[in-house]
Design a protein around this ligand. Structure first.
Ligand code: ZN
Length: 141
C-alpha cells in the first residue's frame, strides 16, 4: 500500500509534447537563424507544413522566430532555401532526470548522472538558465 502511494507520486518518465517543452529542447533558439528569444518572440514551426500533412510530433516541430516563420510560410526548408540547425528529435531527458539534476544535488551523484542518456542536454539547459525543474515538471504532469 505504502509502495503504491509512493509510486503514484513519482514524476512521469515521459516528456510531454508541448510548446514549452519544444522551446526547452531547442534552448529558446530559432532553429533556422539561431537567434534566441523569449516565448513571446518565438513560434512553433512545422518543418513539413501542416497544410501538407506535417504532423505535430517531436520530429516535425521546431522552435522558430517570427521572422523565419513568416519567411518559410507553407514551404519545406529546402523549398524556402532555409536550413535547420539540427534534426529535431524527442528529448532524451525526462522529468525524473530533470529532478535529479536540480541545483543542490549531492556531489556523489555526479558520476552516475553523467552516465545517463540526455544528461548533457539537461546540463546545457540548466547552464543556459532557460529551464527549471518546475518548468519541466509542470509540463509533464
Ligand atoms: Zn529565425
Amino acid at each position: 500500500m505504502l509502495q503504491l502511494v509512493a509510486y503514484d507520486r513519482m514524476p512521469r518518465t515521459t516528456i510531454r509534447l508541448t510548446r514549452r517543452n519544444i522551446f526547452l529542447r531547442d534552448g529558446y533558439t530559432c532553429q533556422y537563424c539561431a537567434r534566441r528569444g523569449t516565448p513571446r518572440d518565438l513560434n512553433l514551426d512545422h518543418v513539413m507544413p501542416r497544410s501538407r500533412g506535417g504532423p505535430m510530433t517531436w520530429e516535425n516541430v521546431v522552435c522558430s522566430c517570427r521572422v523565419c516563420n513568416l519567411k518559410k510560410g507553407g514551404r519545406t526548408p529546402p523549398e524556402a532555401n532555409m536550413r535547420l540547425l539540427r534534426r529535431p528529435v524527442r528529448p532524451r531527458w525526462s522529468p525524473v532526470l530533470a529532478l535529479a539534476f536540480s541545483p543542490g544535488r549531492p556531489a556523489e551523484w555526479e558520476p552516475f548522472l553523467a552516465s545517463l542518456p540526455g544528461a548533457r542536454e539537461l546540463q546545457t539547459l540548466w547552464e543556459q538558465g532557460v529551464g527549471t525543474v518546475h518548468d519541466v515538471m509542470a509540463e509533464s504532469a
